[in-house]
Design a binder for this molecule. Structure first.
Ligand code: NAD
Length: 504
């Protein structure tokens, strides 16, 4: 399988290097207006992948104007055609599943066992929202004595979508599918560290019959192109996934044009394991939720809060399993952890291992780079640290890598206090067989999403999003339409009410 994946990758890279990747504005493949490019390298071994256009304010302006023009057509297209096009996009995405899987792995370092599902999940996102296009405009009827009021929902306008590097393909579909279903047009700014699959996505959409200008892609750096997108007057809303500090920048940048924002930001999520839980299932979930997707996962359970009665025995089993996690080439189907996105991120994650020593925590596994043939890539061994307290930076800061911090608790109140001691509030995971306790903690824990006796299992109709510094707004089902649409109230009189008579 590794050989087959490498062969597939070789073919795709040849095409990519010959053509490069381009901005896609009004359906046309374009260089950046300045003709400037930057190089994209793989975290696997640092080799060159392709040149990427370094977009500018001018490119954003052009893309936003095209999106504005296309909005007039797209918002009025009949629902059946819109639905059909979104279905076609899903089919096209699936037809590129193999290309997307190998390129996403090579570009991001994410193991192919996860990226091979990216196209399937991406296609599902399109089909799910395609089915909602007809009802998206539905509102409420609120009759009064002399009037009937009703609401309808209308697309907000052209929107900007800014995505991060950790799961670029899936996250882009997650944001863009509901925007298109709502009738919005899109300018997408992919992460500069993982730009490749955004072009396959846009290509699939155009081949599926999406009208030109409805979906535009502009590559480049966040501080220039991303900033320009958030400041553009024709762009009515920004859907952003990324770091908390970038979210605050965007809020400032969008202030003068009163941008509506939807933020999915960082996390430092707790998983609380009580002594009465099904400990075997809890162990599997703890490992999966921290070490899958290289630990570069906003919903990962990065703080394990363990009951004192099971602390030693659980930790012993955890350590044995963490030491057996397979680190390797992301194209190898057996690999469980691939290289992190970039050497600077590798250094950042490793710096937390040094911090663990400084802060007096104990490194039980990892904390270093693998030796031998993986030493050229941005790899970090799966790391397990115990003896962490909420006062330590290790107990507070998002590491965003395969790095798990373990803490001990005695009482339910203590567990909750530790869980709520961080500025983030994205997800929380609770493992207990005491139903009342599970409900109490689910109610009181500061998080946008709580899973009880489960890892994160995404169900698209449910609301996805965080509280505190983890985000603003919710994605999924109808919640996505709340963001991409405006609610208009229409009041019709029965002709029976009195009208005040002035000047009579
Ligand atoms: P990042 O904030 O550095 O970058 C994200 C995107 O924002 C990139 O496309 C970047 O170019 C752009 N950007 C940077 N500065 C900008 C600016 N001033 N104006 C406009 N755009 C700008 O994030 P990252 O390092 O790519 O991703 C990792 C972060 O994303 C982590 O904190 C992770 O928790 C978070 N994340 C959150 C979720 C969620 O659903 N809550 C999901 C995935 C990732």
């Amino acid at each position: 399988m590794l050989a087959k994946n490498k062969k597939k990758l070789k073919g795709e890279l040849e095409k990519l290097q010959k053509l490069g990747i381009k901005n896609i504005i009004d359906g046309k493949l374009l260089d950046s207006s300045s003709k400037k490019t930057f190089q994209n390298h793989t975290p696997v071994d640092g080799k060159f992948i392709c040149d990427v256009p370094e977009g500018s304010i001018k490119d954003i302006d052009k893309a936003a104007k095209c999106a504005k023009k296309a909005f007039n057509t797209w918002k009025n297209i009949d629902h059946k055609s819109r639905k059909e096009i979104l279905y076609n996009i899903a089919d096209k995405i699936e037809s590129y599943a193999e290309e997307i899987a190998v390129l996403e792995s090579y570009d991001t370092g994410q193991p192919i066992r996860f990226t091979k599902k990216a196209a399937i999940r991406g296609a599902y996102n399109f089909r799910y929202f395609a089915d909602k296009t007809i009802d998206a405009a539905n509102g409420l009827s609120t009759p009064d004595t002399h009037h009937v009021n009703f609401t309808m929902k209308q697309p907000i306008g052209p929107v900007g979508v800014i995505t991060p590097w950790n799961a670029p393909f899936m996250l882009s579909t997650w944001k863009i599918a509901p925007a298109l279903a709502a009738g919005c047009t899109v300018v997408h700014k992919p992460a500069e560290l993982s730009p490749v699959t955004a072009n396959y996505l846009s290509k699939a959409a155009h081949e599926a019959g999406l009208p030109d200008g409805v979906w535009n892609t502009v590559h480049g750096y966040g501080e220039t192109v991303g900033k320009a997108l958030t400041e553009h007057d024709d762009i009515k809303a920004i859907a952003f996934v990324g770091e908390t500090t970038t979210g605050s920048h965007i809020m400032r940048q969008g202030a003068s044009t009163l941008k509506r924002v939807h933020f999915e930001l960082g996390g430092k999520n707790p998983v609380i394991v009580f002594d009465d839980a099904d400990l075997d299932r809890a162990l599997d979930a703890v490992i999966f939720m921290k070490y899958s997707l290289n630990g570069e996962r906003c919903t990962s359970s990065s703080r394990l809060i363990l009951h004192e009665k099971i602390y030693d025995s659980f930790l012993k089993k955890l350590k044995a399993r963490v030491n057996k996690i397979k680190v390797g080439n992301p194209l190898d189907p057996n690999t469980e952890i691939g290289p992190l996105i970039h050497s600077s991120h590798q250094e950042k994650v490793l710096s937390y291992a040094n911090l663990a020593k400084e802060e007096g925590a104990n490194i039980l596994a990892g904390g270093d780079k693998p030796k031998g043939k993986l030493s050229k890539g941005c790899y970090v061994n799966p790391t397990l640290v115990d003896g962490v307290t909420p006062k330590m930076r290790l107990g507070q800061e998002e590491v965003f890598g395969p790095f798990l911090s373990v803490m001990k608790f005695k009482t339910e109140a203590q567990a909750l206090k530790i869980a709520n001691s961080v500025r983030y509030g994205l997800t929380a995971y609770i493992w207990t067989n005491d139903t009342s306790r599970a409900h109490r903690i689910a109610r009181d824990v500061e998080a946008g999403m709580v899973w009880i006796n489960s890892q994160n299992v995404r169900h698209l109709p449910t609301p996805f999003g965080g509280v505190k510094y983890s985000g603003i707004g919710r994605d999924g089902g109808e919640y996505s339409f709340d963001f991409y649409m405006e609610t208009k109230n229409i009041c019709v009189a029965y002709g029976t009410h009195s009208i005040p008579k002035l000047g009579k």
